[in-house]
Each structure stands twice: as C-alpha cells, then as structure tokens.
Design a protein around this ligand. Sequence first.
Ligand code: F6P
Length: 469
Amino acid sequence: MASTQAEQGARVLVASNRGPVSYEVRQDGSLRAKRGGGGLVSGLSAIGPDADALWVCSALGDGDREAVRRGVGEPGVRMLDVPADVHADAYNGIANSVLWFVHHMLYQTPLEPVFDAEFRRQWASYETFNRAFAEALAEEAAEGAAVMVQDYHLTLVPGMLRELRPDLRIGHFSHTPWAPPEYFRMLPDDIARQVLNGMLGADRLGFLTRRWADAFTACCERFTGGIGKTRIGVHGLGADAEFLRGRAHEADVDERMAALREEIGTAPDGGARRTIVRVDRTELSKNIVRGLLAYRQLLKDRPEWRERVAHVAFAYPSRQDLAVYRDYTAEVRRLAEEINEEYGTDGWTPVVLHVKDDFARSLAAYRLADVALVNPIRDGMNLVAKEVPVVSDEGCALVLSREAGAHEELGEDAVTVNPYDVVDTARALHEALTMAPEERAERTKRLAAAATALPPAQWFLDQLEALNG
Ligand code: F6P
C-alpha cells in the first residue's frame, strides 16, 4: 500500500458478495442498472455522502461483468470481476451448498454432506474469492479505516485482511444463524478451524441474536481455544417503518390489493374470505412445504374453514443454479396444486400461489393479511415477520416459528410454533384465524413497536460506533 493511497482511501468500507447495484445488458447492448435496498444501503446513506465510504462487492452475472469491463459503475461501489467459475464454486459450491446448509442445519445426513476431492477443489476457489476481497479492501482502505465484512460468503476475509493491513478496524456481521458445535463439527477439522480463525481475524463480530452469537462462541471454545481478543455484539436488525409505511400506500400497491382481493374472492355468505399470507424467497430453510401441509391439515381438521379462507403464498425464486432449490420450488408448486385439486371448488382456490417476485404485491398482501405464517426451520432473523405488523391495515395475527431469530423479539405477541410439527401449526393457524379483532389489533401494535426498535440505519451506525470505540 502506497502511503498516498492510504491517505486518500476510504474511511468506511463494506464488503459483501451481493452489492447494492446490478447490471443487465439490454437488447441494444446498453447497460441497465438496478439498485437494491436493505439494511446496509440505509446504513451507508445515513453516514452521508462526505464520509468517504466504499462498498466492495462481487460481479454476479454477465451484466455485472460487462459493466466492470466497460468501466461503468456507481460512485462509492467497486465491483470485483472474479472469474465466473471461481465465483460459481465459491458461491454455489461452498457458501450456498455447504456453509448455508451447516448454519441452517439442512443436511439429510444419511447421504450428505460428502467432503470429497471436489469439495476441496471448490474450497480452493472460496479461498481465492475471499483473497480477492481482502486484497481489494487492503488497496482501498485509508489508514485506520473501518471495514465491515458481511456474511458466510466472506468468512476468511477478516483474517486475510488483518495480515495485509494490521492498522484497520475490521468487523464482520453474520446475517444467518450460526451452527451449534455438534453440527458445525461436521465440517472437516481443518476447514472448521479455518472458518473460525478467519472470522476471529476481526476486531468485532456481529450477530442478529444472542443465540447465534453464543453458538459461535461455543464453536470457538471447542475448536480454536476460544475467541481471544475478538469482541462479540448482537444487533437485531429491525424493519424500516418509515420506508415501508410510505411505500405500502403508493398507487401500485393499491392496484395489487384490488387484484389480490379479486383472486381471493368472497366467502359463501358474501363476506370477505380470510387470508393466511406468507412471503418468502424460496430458500430451503423457509419451510414452505410444511406450511402447505399444515394448511391442508387445517382444512381437513376444521371443515368450517373450507371456502372461508385462502392461503396466499408468495414463493419467490432464489439460487436457481442449485438443483436442490429448483426441486424444492417444484415441490411447492406440486403440493399447492394438489391441495387446490383436493379442496378447491368453482368459486374457491384454497392456495393462491405466486412465484414471480413483485415487491408491491408483497406489500399488498401484508396489508390485507388476517394471519401471517412465518415458520422457518431456522432463520437468522426473518424480516417478513417484522414487516407485516408494520404495514398491516387492520391488524394481523402472526404465526411464528420458535427457530426464527425474530422470535427472540416478537415471541410474546406471536402464536409460536415448532416448525416441524404440522399438526400443531394447523392448530396455531386456527387459533390465529379466530383471534378476536381487538386482541389482534393490540398485539399488532406491540409487534410493530418491537419490530421497528432498531431501524436499519441505526443498526449500521451502532456497529460502526462499536467497531470504532
Ligand atoms: O438472508 C440471509 C442472507 O445471507 C442475506 O444476508 C443475504 O443478503 C442473502 O441471504 C444472500 O442471498 P443471495 O444468495 O440471494 O445473495
């Protein structure tokens, strides 16, 4: 690092696989930029344009790579053109098929995981991918700058960066759960230690809940002799009330509400049909299939709900490069159709399933939901559980898995379920559907207050302050 570079470099850096912008090549060859949202975007805008901030991210698709080649970019964003095959190994092979599976405890262990020579080859790409980030950050950071590394894609970066730039203050934040030692030890011993030591290269590690932070500490106590000098903090990301309430009342959301109401239809007595809403990216941890099984159980056990309720399920595509994700999406569709064939009538579609991502329609569903079903097997936080109560028009009962990070903050006013128990989930759906309107409204108010306790900008600033302190 040349000294002039360090003087001129960025003072606050964020590193994540997925960046705040992505590019698409249009038919005419021009590039279209698409900007994303989320906690980090709010956080970085909160520190203001003069803060010398830089977001280092990876080029993800052909459009992104083309943008890097043409030198097209947003101010404050540096996209790394990691070779596509290296990225595929690191992202699909290791991050999504190994680390995500370990932290969400998703393996069907009689047959998987198998840590073979192919795994070792992909792991080498994961190291290369992490090294590319560490080198870019080392090059861009001003003397003593704060670097905030995100997630399981980049667990080795803190350690690598520490070696390159001992002057930096390095933080890492996990947006997922962390596996308990008994599950984490499934990883080959050297890999387990490499992951933990990579993370421990940071000055401070952030987690969404105390449970995940404790699991990390327990892994270190078992496999690396403890966390050493690294500090641990818990920052429970909340919903962005101001943004959501404004966005949920724009004209396109009203239009989507009208269209959804039409699709849901009316009960035989002419009254509004009740709605059980779920909105997820179709990740294996979201438990959409058991949600459908629970709904089918409800229709079986409680015939009084037939024709009087609809399950509005939005299952948006995620990580479709992975066969296991594609198969899971297919199973969601198959089961929804099966339920519709079994129970549907001329005027009633029991499951209203949409798989095309549409944020305005998600907000419309949040607004009209009588019940929200959030039943993940395991989830770092789950922002849907926090967003629904904030935008709900008339109050919404929340059926919430005890394995979602959000349960630590929302459990008291939710109807809690064990996500594996579909009979109990069916019972919880009935309880939620029959909750008295006044109680539902009261609980929704308390849920919304808890859900917005730590808005995204503050969530980010707290971490920055703690890292600098
Ligand atoms: O929800 C957890 C999370 O790790 C987020 O931090 C991150 O934005 C996302 O999942 C990664 O998803 P994708 O594979 O679509 O980039």
